[in-house]
Write a protein that binds this ligand. Structure first.
Ligand code: ADP
Ligand code: MG
Length: 740
């Protein structure tokens, strides 16, 4: 049988097998196809090539690196350095896949210090562009130049004149990938991405001078000179306006059983204002991204300096190399860290502390200048008062042009349009901060996270997470409270109502498990005796609290539960930071979310729940039920005083029985009272209620939502149990309006 008829038979067979729906044949791809597919992944855009080339130059010990770019990198990328160069003998295999001078055995990855290790970058470039290398090593009289295609040399290396180091040129990037070239040709921002990356490198590697310019331009867009001072480097690259508003920040942990790391960096203060967060992050000298850390810091800014909530951050984190997995991303733009959570938390705390201190000093400053207006109120007021000295500040956009697009940008939130009295939150917060810093202890170096039952519970959360809701939670914009329990959210073009009680309950539950055995403490100002708390809770359960019929029985239950909790005290303290002393007093509670203390009105209910609902027999069930009880206690329930901004204003008319108000019941004599004392309100109670509700709304906006974006994994049940309700889709609304 000749080749042609063999092919025909094969095609017929394939056609037949398609008709019969048989499985298609599996065959091996040609190596060149494999290499091109892989190359497309490693070199995704011109910027990926630039980053790889600069990293190679840094690995080669260069002190000067210059980048020239034509047509956003599609026509030409040229990186020249003064590093150690490439040996003549290595040139033939330089651009083959998996050829490297940096790694021999897989285990070396654990301790790798160089940026490259896969030997893939140069090879990939030759599959998607035309690569020419010119290089000279020390002691040579001349250098060599050679071009590569698809991993191999196009000709023997040619001797040429050369200056110290290596120059690598890539021409016609993606010449053989029409679709990608087209998309990139239309996007104008590749050059600015390249400038951005070179800027980032240059503020970290301060001993190396960098330059980056367009091919035809005489002037470089980045030009840094080697310096000893990081701040000088930032000033020369990002400008005086940025460098002026920076503070030095540092954090570290040297706990050998937990996370070991050192971080130092610069972060912007309350004077800094920008439209976008800039985060320049190096982990073990690698330029990487870490969205969890970025979000964690943004959360702190949004809560502490709402007016300067888009910070500039430069951070360098150093960890033992064996704690970093560098091999998790094709372009190496992410790494994975051991104990990432606790490192992030640690850094978050350090940033928070810096911001609070900077904020306090600013308050002081304003007070001396203008004592009548500056109070103990927080940042937002003070930053408003401070004159704008910076011409680069973002211009004010007219209100009618404001679009809620950024989930962290406060503009466009509902309350901005309402006349609401300023919440009195910051006063309480100062106290809380003092308490917190007073009791903040070193983290407990327990082997807690090794407990398999906790790991299982955490896995359950991950396994049961609803991906659609996760997307909504991560990227939604908080608009305002629609009623006492539902918040209005926008996600893309959709509006949702979300039940904040359910959401906060779940978030607290998940955080208890994540912080398990690593809590900071809230110290109760007066230890509370359990028997009394339990009695209160048992009485509250009764329909008629005045009735003392079953008091003996209740006392018995209270006594038994107190005994039980005293027995479990050690475990509760160690794992959950719930401290019960030998006299049966509750003295400490855990901090589950920073900046948040639960409503202490719910303590009795919580203690009763610990006594009644916890399964003490099985370890996993026990941890789960205690965490759920904490979740329920810390959830953002509506305050007990009815909301004075709605119909419940009636309750605050004088003559209404206070007990009834506290219990959320309207007075049976309401009508009568209405008639007798028109508009006579109990102002003290009214203002207490207003404060409670304003504080809760503040907390929902500034603590709950930012933390949810960061930490919440919404369970599947939330999609169907009414926690999220989609109320409108803007496209549909616009269509309706168009017809009007
Ligand atoms: P990797 O960096 O992962 O080793 P690359 O494909 O980026 O893989 O580079 C392959 C090898 O080429 C490197 O290991 C290094 O020895 C050499 N090399 C690449 N660029 C340079 C350079 N600018 N100076 C000196 N050597 C270089
Ligand atoms: Mg490399």
């Amino acid at each position: 049988m000749d080749d042609e008829s063999a092919v025909i038979i094969q095609e017929e067979e394939e056609a037949l097998s398609l008709q019969r729906k048989e499985p298609p044949r599996i065959h091996r791809l040609e190596e060149s196809v494999v290499n091109r597919i892989a190359a497309g992944e490693v070199i995704q855009r011109p910027i990926s090539a630039v980053k790889e080339l600069v990293e190679n130059s840094l690995d080669a010990g260069s002190t000067s690196i210059s980048v020239v770019v034509k047509d956003g990198g599609l026509k030409l990328i040229q990186v020249s350095d003064d590093g150690h160069g490439i040996r003549y003998e290595d040139l033939p295999i330089l651009c083959e896949r998996h050829t490297t001078s940096k790694l021999s055995a897989f285990e070396d990855l654990q301790t790798i210090k160089s940026m490259g290790f896969r030997g893939e970058a140069l090879a990939s470039m030759t599959y998607v562009g035309h690569v020419t290398v010119t290089t000279i090593t020390e002691g040579q009289l001349h250098g060599y130049r050679v071009s590569y295609r698809d991993g191999v040399m196009e000709h023997q290396p040619r001797p040429c004149a050369a200056v110290k180091g290596t120059q690598i040129m890539i021409e016609n990037l993606f010449y053989n990938m029409a679709a990608r070239r087209k998309t990139l040709q239309n996007s104008a921002d590749d050059y600015s991405k390249i400038v951005d990356v070179i800027s980032r490198f240059s503020i970290h590697h301060t001993k190396v001078s960098f330059s980056c310019r367009k091919h035809s331009a005489a002037r470089a867009d980045v030009h840094s000179v080697a310096t000893c001072s990081r701040l000088d480097a930032i000033r020369s690259v990002y400008g005086v306006a940025v460098a002026r508003d920076l503070m030095e920040v540092a954090a570290s942990d040297d706990d050998p059983s937990g996370s070991i790391f050192k971080m130092d960096g610069y972060i912007s203060n309350s004077n800094y204002s920008a439209k976008k967060t800039v985060m320049v992050l190096f982990i073990n000298d690698r330029l990487v991204e870490c969205s969890a850390l970025k979000r964690a810091i943004e959360v702190v800014y949004a809560a502490t300096l709402p007016k300067a909530s888009k910070p500039f951050i430069y951070m360098s984190i150093v960890l033992p190399p064996e704690h970093v997995d560098v091999n998790v991303h094709p372009t190496k733009k992410e790494v994975s860290l051991l104990n990432q959570e606790s490192i992030i938390e640690n850094i978050q705390t350090a940033v928070e502390l810096m911001l609070r201190n900077s904020n306090t000093s600013k308050t002081f400053h304003t007070q001396t200048v203008c004592p009548s207006t500056a109070g103990s109120l927080g940042s937002s007021r003070n930053t408003q008062l401070s004159p704008s000295k910076d011409g680069s500040r973002s211009q004010k956009v007219p209100v009618n042009k404001l679009v809620r697009t950024d989930s962290l940008d406060p503009s466009g939130r509902l309350h901005a349009y309402l006349q609401v009295k300023p919440p009195r939150q910051p006063e309480g917060k100062t106290d809380l901060t003092t308490v917190r810093s007073a009791v903040r202890q070193r983290r407990n170096p327990k082997e807690s996270a090794d407990l398999t039952s906790i790991q299982e519970l955490l896995n359950d959360i991950d396994g049961n997470c609803h991906s659609g809701l996760l997307e909504v939670v991560r990227h939604c914009t908080y608009i305002g409270m629609a009623d006492d329990v539902f918040a209005l959210l926008q996600h893309n073009t959709r509006l949702y109502l979300a039940n904040v009680v359910n959401l906060s309950k779940e978030l607290m539950y998940q955080q208890v498990l994540r912080r398990f055995a690593h809590f900071n403490a809230i110290q109760l100002s007066e230890p509370a005796p359990l028997p009394e708390l339990l009695m209160l809770a048992l009485k509250e359960e009764d329909l008629d609290p005045e009735c003392s019929e079953n008091d003996d029985l209740k006392e018995k239950i209270a006594e038994m539960n107190t005994e039980l909790l005293k027995q479990k005290a050690e475990m509760l303290a160690e794992y959950f930071c719930i401290h019960i002393d030998q006299q049966g007093n509750l003295s400490k509670l855990p901090i589950i979310l920073d900046q948040y203390t639960p409503d202490m009105d719910h303590v009795p209910e919580f203690v009763l729940c610990l006594g009644n609902d916890v399964d003490w027999e099985d370890e996993k069930n026990c941890f789960q039920t205690v965490s759920a009880a904490l979740g329920n206690f810390y959830a953002m329930h509506p305050p007990l005083l009815p909301n004075p901004s709605g119909d419940s204003l009636q309750c605050y008319k004088k003559g209404t029985k206070h007990d009834d108000i506290k219990n959320g019941r309207n007075s049976p004599n309401k009508l009568e009272n209405d008639a007798v004392m028109k508009d006579e309100y109990d102002n003290e109670l009214l203002s207490e209620a207003e404060t409670a509700w304003a504080q809760r709304e503040w907390t929902i906006q500034h603590v709950l939502f930012p933390s949810m974006r960061l930490f919440l994994k919404p369970p599947n049940s939330m999609a169907t149990n009414g926690t999220f309700v989609q109320v409108a889709s803007l496209e549909k609304l616009y269509k309706i309006f168009e017809r009007c």
